[in-house]
Design a protein around this ligand. Structure first.
Ligand SMILES: Nc1ncnc2c1ncn2[C@@H]1O[C@H](COP(=O)(O)OP(=O)(O)OP(=O)(O)O)[C@@H](O)[C@H]1O
Length: 247
């Protein structure tokens, strides 16, 4: 469970203060699937970093119940090009000093689960974008996280590869009971993957609206009328055609 209350964030830039996030408040239940969407530069990545504990707010609070183990997938995959696929996937486990036989077992099972069997000794540069993304996903899953933070994980992929990986994310979180927080530019992706969709304004990012999207993850949602209606609703909020409760 994550509760964000009246969070403000700014960066110092060229001697001036750049306000990035203003008065952000929301609440996520455990095993929620959250999508954060907003215009470029509105502070989405900064908000994800705050949630992941990689940044601290200027004011306000972020309370996370328990001590969930978190995995993070950064923009552009964040793989080490000089390490093999297996070594990349093993990274978190090695840092946790897990025994080598356990690391090998987890890596082999994730290679299979992600459809990467036979590519363990390849380097990231020898793989397609979709495969690299699956390596990044496997690396984040290796430590068996309770919550997965993802920063535009699929943005550089072609449309069909992107859809396949969106489906894979759905399968994984259903099978493993993982909460996800996803930053995306894509309205369709936010609606497909976000059960709670947080729509931010331009910088400094404020919450324009929080949309409850309970149909995310249900069968055939992508083809349903509800899906298209929600996409239109999110587009209207982003375009300023509808005032949200916090606008
Ligand atoms: N470490 C930093 N120091 C100074 N300014 C920063 C820093 N990180 C981000 N910013 C600025 O904060 C603003 C928000 O950046 P952020 O990356 O959070 O936005 P975003 O919504 O994720 O952008 P995009 O959609 O383009 O990826 C931008 O104007 C950016 O230049």
């Amino acid at each position: 469970m994550i509760t964000v209350h009246s969070v403000n964030l700014s960066f110092a830039h060229n001697g001036a203060t750049l306000p990035v996030l203003r008065d952000i408040s929301f609440h996520l239940e455990s095993e929620d699937y959250c999508a954060i969407i907003g215009p470029s530069g509105c502070g989405k990545t900064s908000l994800l970093f705050l949630l992941a504990g990689l940044l601290q707010p200027d004011s306000g609070t972020i309370d996370i119940t328990g001590s969930p183990r978190s995995g993070t997938i950064l923009q552009n995959f964040g793989l080490f090009p000089w390490k093999t696929v297996s070594q990349n996937i093993a990274l978190g486990l090695v840092l946790q000093k897990r025994p080598p036989h356990e690391v090998r077992r987890r890596v082999d099972s994730l290679l299979e689960e992600m459809g990467l069997s036979g590519f363990g000794e390849h380097f990231p540069g020898q793989l397609s974008g979709g495969m690299q993304q699956r390596v990044a996903l496997a690396r984040a899953l290796a430590i068996e996280p309770d919550i997965l933070f993802m920063d535009e994980p699929l943005s550089s992929l072609d449309a069909l590869t992107r859809e396949r990986l969106q489906n894979l994310i759905v399968d994984i979180r259903q099978a493993k009971g993982i909460s996800t927080v996803l930053v995306t530019h894509s309205i369709e992706e936010a609606v497909f993957l976000g059960r709670t969709i947080i729509v931010l304004s331009g910088r400094p990012g404020r919450v324009l609206q929080i949309i409850d999207n309970p149909d995310a993850d249900t069968d055939n949602f992508r083809q349903s009328d509800t899906f298209f209606q929600r996409c239109i609703a999110v587009r209207q909020i982003l375009a300023g055609e509808v005032d949200g409760p916090h606008a």
